[in-house]
Design a protein around this ligand. Structure first.
Ligand SMILES: [Zn+2]
Length: 691
């Protein structure tokens, strides 16, 4: 993994003042240490000619030192005259490097009566060791997690960016849940991007940024030449700007950095946490990026500002799972017992819900099986039906009427959404039938999902949402809720939605406004979350000083829903922004976090669901990066990865992961396993120059 808080100490030349030999040229041996680490080859013999210097190959006579938490570093260098009997000691030079490590102090000449040593220190900024522009950031920090970095000129520089997994970002979280944030000078302006997302049925599927799941998608570049329409790309699940995960900053300080969306100062890369791999669509830079999955697992994205890690973001990489569903609109005999949502509306609700579900890597797909029962009639939308029901089956339903309604026209292992006029309690909707999770559980206990990654799955202190060096978050445990099943229907997944969402039960409502449609979809997503065994995310017992406008009170928190209840997921943060908060509007309750994504993957409905496999290219087109279009390149003195990458119009990260169609990425070819350390003579794969 590239680190930035490292310096390179390189011994460059030795000038021979006195070869210490009576006859002919001398033969020097050199012994060097940086810290406690031996550097170079003490057996290497250099011909020493008085009045001339000899060069020390950098690949051997240099070393890279992680200076995080180092306040000083001792460099020692000794020369000896190689002699038959006893080597003559030509003296030792010693120098102590001290924090702050900065560029201008780092070209040295030290020596003894016998020799002069030229050596230097290089700083890593912008992806490579070397000399950099004076205000370039070098990531040396005063302590881990500090926002204060030293620039190569020795000035200090404070900055922090957050890429928060919860959107919208909680505006007034309890103090106990706020991540540890470093202190900036008072009045330092902050640029924020924290609001909720306006979701509609026409929004791109990736409209909600910073999802918990990065979907695995195909690479359209592997398709035959020629333009592809958006619809073709979408249908084939090839990565495009509308289906990749959108990762966005949520805030940065100071605002005067004026980062742009594709700012070259901000460079992104990823680290596999548990085997995951992703690729970037378009340039991996700026405050907004597009990323898609290549290999399932878990990854941490890192955003660097001129080399310094400024923000990290963790996500699951998975194939999208398609959940088949059918929707039944239950029409009663009178005008005031017919749900207002039309089949077109219902289709829209499913589409909007899929914008929320995308964060979990799920997609509701309307059932194409035409089988109909219970007098259901088809509509223009496959999977959406109308059913005429007698009085009492769709209006003010409760108890047995609920059970009778939601099971109509169902198919086993297909999610059954039932649209009714209303229920007896004025609910917007309710999950009715769903089995237990497949997650293991102790006898009599609910299954517990554990997540233990940094940054946190959610807004759990410390969050690690800022600089990567923020402290690890520790384990987070979430309880799943137990299934609710009736006899004889082990594969029934059902819920209902009411006109409460459309405003029938509210004054001056109009079910077809965008806000009402979002409300339906939000209800659908929330109840569907229960069907996948997710519990409520609530704020617990209201504390002293609770805000009655936002925080749950004892009166509106029945014991089953609130902290301690059987429908509570065991977590307290952040409640309001989560889809599983049970009383916030669709403009706020939009988020699903990583631990919830891990939980729903164990629902029997999701386990059984087919995964989206990106379509193969429609023709036998050669991949754009075939073996014939990449060539071997031999590393020469003075090369470093970002320099080579630049010559090919790539970032160093791209070159590091580049395999040129051979299946073996450069990171596996280079023997150090460290992008900052490549050796002269090593062979890497680079794109062939296009003639
Ligand atoms: Zn609920």
């Amino acid at each position: 993994m590239p680190a930035d808080e490292r310096i390179k100490v390189a011994f460059r030349h030795v000038f021979v003042r006195d070869d210490s030999d009576f006859f002919g040229d001398g033969e020097f041996k050199l012994i060097a240490h940086v810290g406690n680490q031996p550097v170079g080859d003490p057996e290497q013999i250099f011909r020493a000619v008085e009045g001339r210097s000899f060069a020390l190959p950098e690949a051997i006579w240099s070393t890279i030192v992680d200076v995080r938490n180092l306040t000083q570093l001792v460099v020692r260098f000794q020369a000896k005259e190689d002699d038959v009997f006893v080597d003559d000691d030509l003296g030792t030079v010693q120098h102590t490097l001290r924090f702050p490590f900065q560029q201008d102090r780092f070209a040295f000449r030290h020596g003894t009566a016998f020799y002069l040593l030229d050596w230097e220190v290089q700083l890593s900024a912008g992806g490579g060791f070397g000399r950099h522009a004076p205000n370039t950031v070098f990531a040396t920090r005063q302590n881990a997690g500090s926002v204060t970095c030293t620039t190569v000129s020795g000035n200090t520089f404070r900055a922090r960016m957050e890429v928060h997994p919860v959107r919208p970002v909680p505006s007034t979280p309890p103090a106990s849940a706020v991540p540890v944030r470093p202190v900036f000078p008072p009045g330092t302006p902050e640029e924020t991007n924290t609001g909720g997302t306006t979701v509609s049925a026409n929004s791109p599927i990736n409209v909600i940024p910073n999802p918990s799941v990065i979907p695995i998608l195909g690479v359209a570049a592997n398709a035959p030449p020629g333009p592809h329409t958006d619809a073709q790309l979408d249908a084939a699940n090839w990565a495009n700007a509308r289906n990749c995960a959108r990762i966005e900053f949520t805030s940065y300080k100071p605002q005067s950095l004026n980062f742009t969306d594709d700012d070259p100062r901000l460079e992104w890369s990823f680290v596999a946490v548990t085997g995951g791999a992703v690729a970037f669509l378009g340039p991996a830079r700026g405050r907004r990026i597009l990323v898609f999955g290549v290999t399932a697992g878990e990854v941490r994205l890192e955003c660097r500002f001129q080399g310094a890690v400024f923000a990290t973001y963790r996500a699951i990489v998975a194939q999208i799972k398609q959940i088949p569903c059918r929707c039944n609109i239950l029409n009663g005999p009178t005008n005031d017992s017919i749900p207002r949502a039309t089949p077109d509306d219902v289709k829209g609700h499913v589409d909007i819900a899929n914008r929320f579900m995308r964060q979990l890597g799920l997609e509701l797909t309307l059932d194409t099986n035409p089988a109909r029962t219970d007098g259901a009639t088809a509509t223009t939308h496959p999977g959406i039906f109308r059913i005429r029901v007698p009085r009492g089956r769709t209006r003010r339903i409760d108890g047995a009427a609920r059970d009778r309604a939601v099971i109509m026209n169902h198919r086993p292992n297909v999610m059954n959404f039932c649209y009714v006029h209303s229920d007896a309690d004025g609910n917007l909707g309710a999950a009715n039938d769903f089995p237990n999770s497949t997650a293991p559980a102790a006898a009599g206990a609910r299954p517990t999902i554990t997540d233990n990654g940094t940054p946190s799955t959610s807004w759990v202190r410390p969050s690690g949402v800022g600089i990567g060096a923020d402290a690890a978050t520790g384990p987070v445990n979430m309880q799943l809720i137990a299934g609710i099943q009736r006899a004889g229907h082990p594969q029934l997944f059902s819920m209902y939605v009411t006109d409460g969402n459309g405003g029938t039960l509210l004054p001056a409502g109009n079910h077809a406004t965008p806000a009402r449609q979002r409300e339906y979809a939000n209800t659908m997503s929330h109840e569907f979350g229960h069907i996948l065994n997710l519990g409520h995310r609530v704020e617990g017992v209201p504390a002293a000083g609770a805000n009655p406008a936002r925080d749950m009170t004892a009166a509106d928190a029945p014991a089953t829903l609130s902290a301690g209840g059987i429908f509570w997921d065991g977590l307290l943060q952040p409640p309001h922004e989560n889809v599983m908060q049970w009383h916030d509007p669709a403009t706020v309750a939009q988020d699903f976090d990583i631990i919830q994504a891990k939980g729903v993957m164990l629902s029997p409905l999701v386990v059984a669901a087919p995964a989206v496999v990106p379509a193969a290219p429609p023709g036998p087109a050669p991949p754009r990066t075939g073996p014939g279009q990449s060539v071997d390149y031999e590393v020469v003195a003075g090369d470093y990865l970002s320099k080579i990458a630049q010559r090919h119009g790539m970032t160093w990260q791209e070159l590091w992961n580049y395999d040129g169609g051979t299946g073996v990425p450069n990171k596996q070819r280079l023997r150090s396993g460290d992008p900052d350390l490549i050796y002269v003579g090593e062979i890497i794969r680079v794109p062939a120059t296009i003639a």
